[in-house]
Design a protein. Structure first.
Length: 178
């Protein structure tokens, strides 16, 4: 589409959404808990922020059912899903009506730290994090979090990926870095 066709905000926004579908994103479930109250959401907006100190960045809609709990607890888990864990990703979107505890299903959840967030026992990567900063912009909450504990499956399972509006998995196999 020529640049002059994007003069109005609606057209630009539509073109932006279509363009972003070309960016493949690792599918993560971000978990939040306080006592018996648990929530969480599916995100492809998780990425490394810093290695020293270990930090991640993620975002969610400010109106998400997880936002208030995250603001209160200031703890969260990041779980990179395996290719075969699509059902977990779909549950945590909430699109089928699952809320709170129902999003956790019958999967095995563990805690790396006593005051931490639930972590999926068989995810590719699981990180326990604490909020360092929350920034509200344009109806979204940007989360900058310090990593407190990491667990990763060294057998190099294929991660679940979201690309062109669909869940998929990378083709082929990956060799673990040595």
């Amino acid at each position: 589409m020529p640049p002059e066709a994007m003069d109005d905000a609606g057209t630009l926004s539509h073109c932006f959404v279509q363009a972003m579908r070309g960016f493949a994103g690792a599918v993560c479930v971000v978990t939040v808990a306080e006592g018996a109250q648990r929530s969480g959401f599916t995100a492809t907006s998780v990425s490394s922020f810093s290695a020293q100190p270990p930090m991640v960045v993620a975002s969610l809609k400010a109106t998400s059912s997880s936002a208030e709990l995250l603001e209160r607890t200031r703890r969260f888990g990041v779980n990179l899903l395996r290719a075969e864990q699509r059902a977990i990703a779909e549950r945590f979107t909430g699109f089928r009506g699952e809320q709170g505890e129902a999003r956790y299903g019958d999967d095995e959840w563990v805690y790396a730290l006593p005051d931490g967030a639930p972590l999926l026992a068989d995810s590719v990567v699981a990180m326990d994090c604490e909020v360092e900063e929350l920034i509200v912009r344009h109806g979204h909450l940007l989360i900058i979090g310090r990593v407190r504990a990491v667990n990763h499956d060294e057998s190099a399972p294929r991660p679940l990926v979201y690309w062109q509006g669909q869940y998929t998995a990378p083709a082929g196999t990956f060799a673990a870095a040595r």
